[in-house]
Design a protein. Sequence first.
Length: 207
Amino acid sequence: MGKIKLNLRNLNVTEKIQFARQIVTGITGNASFPTPDPPLATITNCATDLENAFNDANVAKQEANTKVSIQDGKENVLDINLQKLANYVESASNGDDAKIQSAGMSIRAKGVPIGALSLPSALSATAGAKEGEIVLRWDRVTGAKSYIVEQSADQITSTSWKYAGVSTKASIIISGLTSGTKYWFRVAGIGAAGQGAWSDPATKYAP
């Protein structure tokens, strides 16, 4: 006796909608299934509702990513101007600790060698603003001057990881991905002692 394998867990939203409509087409007018339960109209309506919600969510994501990009730009401008002001205060104070602190700024700690870097935590992958684009974010690692990112197609192996990019921030946009394909990502910090441990991987279907 045959058993049905829906495999819903491994389908993304668009694949699931297509699958539902494929089933509706297959059962419509099929004499072997005269009284579907639930009715095919229910399945069709559910698929349509999911499609509408999916489209609305994508629009919202694109709007959110645009706003985040604007925020990142404003943050970068502030960072640049604060750094310029810090250079001025450091020069005008001749490096006097008390004068620097009176300007509301902190004193940089004396350099202490940092050993092996810890692995980046809280790696997340979200859809980017464009097709084939995924945004990665993670927590900063103390002592890391930059971060290296690798990607893998589904079914990870020891040799499937490939270079995806490098960033000096705790985020990066990976582009040029195949829409609808599932990707895995991992990130490691790079500091004075070299590359640190790889993060736990994060996965996402490319939009």
